[in-house]
Structure formats: structure tokens, C-alpha cells
Design a binder for this molecule. Sequence first.
Ligand code: SF4
Length: 409
Amino acid sequence: MQFDTSFPRRNTRQIKVGSVAVGGDAPISVQSMTTTKTADVEGTLAQIYALAGAGCDIVRCTCNEAEAAEGLARIVPRSPIPIIADIHNNHRMALAALEAGVHGLRLNPGNIRRPEHIKAIATACRDRGISIRIGVNGGSLDESLYRKYGGQVTPEAMVESAMMELAYFADVDFDLVKISVKASNVPLTIEAYRQLAEATDFPLHLGVTEAGPPPAGLVKATAGIATLLAEGIGDTIRYSLTADPVEEARAGRQLLEALGLRERKSVDLIACPSCGRAEIDVIDVATRAMEAFGERQIPLQVAVMGCVVNGPGEARDADIGIAAGNKRGHLFVRGRNVAVVPEGDMVEALVEWAEFIHEHGVDAALARADTAVAEREARKDRQRLLEDQGEDANNSETRVELIRSTITR
Ligand code: SF4
């Protein structure tokens, strides 16, 4: 029986951001934000293309001044993915972004506070069929809510901020909405989203704000986003990293693929942690393999294993893998040895076989291989390593014996 790896998703309404559906049964989408000046049309477009290539579905650009709005008018028609304008304190910038043709807006209720301004924006969006994200941010919570909740940011205060904004929207009959309640504190963020998911059925945009630079930022963002996704909460996600936004898109995409929430698009590179048996520098070979695959869209699991003694067995589920032994690389497809290459050619061979499998399938790869010869050579190298290193290459059993004799002495 196959293990069911799917996470049940919370039922949400569906909205559109340009051509991308968010909520309902739409795939969970990946978002990021450009770091260029939006007035710099060519620079911003170059970043948007890089983001789209890394798996970003929707991109946000700041619209903080007239020049930015004008930039958006030039960027939107040439962008490969829908664009959301990030609005700060000036409601006129929201109206200007709509004139520029953006596919969505992001409003922070802590920034634009006057009800008539909020309603004017919502009315304009309603008339154009454009969606808005209510982006509550723990760090810029409405002052009155901050005071009401005892001078601190609480999940309740963040949810109330979102609900107040929704009420203004309802006054003008606008409901093309998704919501986020981000904080830089992970448990606070998780609890705020849980409460929000109970309170509404609008689609939710997940993120941990100001997570910081990788790797700590990646860990924080993943802790928050993955916890919620595993609970079925979340319809679109963004990693907020202090890094090249391409890293945000890549991380978002990889998280969704790892959780089985999006179809695999790129290589899933696995590698053994290395040990006393390793015949190569596993970190170096795995890093070079990752670089060689780059952004290539090859949706296969690829393994780099340090030794032929255990590698092919430990990574038997990988579509293609390579294990080192006796200055040679032993290639295996779904656990079956298919070829032997010199150690220096391991990465190139891995990429070549992965491309072949991607194009022609596993059966064709096995059919083109002389598996009998490859298995014989692997057996020979395995045997040789066992003779050189013995069964206990990591000296574990020797240490266990030593411990036992120390204790019983
Ligand atoms: S036994 Fe071989 S495959 Fe397993 S961790 Fe050690 S080197 Fe890697």
C-alpha cells in the first residue's frame, strides 16, 4: 500500500492575480519581491525574468513614488508573471498602480488608515476586478490595536487588524482578497495564521517577515511556512530573506516540492552525509553537481554517494545516482548499476544520464546500459573496498567492543 503523502488543504475562496489563481484548489503559488528601483524598468524586468526562471509565480514591486508607478506601466506588459504593487502610505500610489495595469495590490492596514482612502482603493479594484492582499505586519500594527492589546503585538491584534480592513472592503462590496499576518517571531506568526484561518475563508498568503539572511533566515521562514502548510493552511507563500530574491523564489519552490504540494520541476539532489568509507569529497562533488544542474528543469531525484559499498543500496529510490569506488564512479538507475566512469567524470556523467532519463525514461536508460558488466565492476570495487577497509570502515564496532570491555572491567 502506498503511503498517502498529501496534506488536506483548508477550503478557501479563489481569487485571481492576473493569470494565476490563488485559493480553492489552485496550486499553492510562490511569490517574491524585486529589490530594484521600480523606475529602473530594464533592471526590474531582468530581475523578474530571473525570478520566473527560479519558480516564482507572482512578483511584487514597490510603488512608492510617481516614477515607480510610471515604471510599472512599462514593466507590466513585458513581465512573464503577474505583478502586484506594494503600496506604502500614499493611497494615490495605489490608484496610480491600477492605472499602470498591475494585477494586484498589497496594502498594509497599519500604513493607510483613513477609511475613505481604503474604500476609494477597494472601489477602484472592484470596478477593475483586481485583487488586494491585506498585508498585516506585526512591526507596523495600527497604533490603536497595539494599545488595545496592552502595548504588544499579539495574534489577536493582527487578526483584528485584518478583520477591520475586510469590514471597510465589505462596505463597498469588495471581496477579491487574500490576507497575510506576518511577524518576525515564528510562533507568533503561526498562531496568528491559525486564528485567521478559523475566522475567514479568504485565501492566505504565508510568510515570516524580516526572517533575515540565510541560513538562519531560511530556517525561520521554513519553520513558520512549513508548519502551517502541513496543517493545510496557506494558498500562496513568500520567503522574506535578506538575500538575492532569486533565493527566495528557489526556496519557496523547493519547499512546496519537498512537501509534495507542487509537482517537481527541478532536480532533487540527495547526497550521503559521508563517513569513513567515502572515496570522494562528497560535499565537493554534490556542490559541483548542483551547480551543473543549475536551473535546468529536470524533475528527477539524483543521488551523490560517497562509496559503492553502500551508496547504490542507500539511494535505491533515486532515479539516477553515482557512487565512488576505487577511483571510479558507478552510475546506478533506481538501484541498478548501469555504467562505470573515471572519478573525474562523475558530475558530467550524472548530468548526461539525468538528461537521457528525463527525455527517454528509466526503461530506455536501463535498456541502453550493459547492466551485467556494470554490476560486475561495481561488485569488484565493492569487494576491493571491503578488503581494504574491512566491514567496519568507521571503526564503530571496534569502539563498541572497547566500550563494553571498559564497562565490564
Ligand atoms: S557508507 Fe558510503 S554511502 Fe553511506 S554515508 Fe558512508 S560513504 Fe556515504
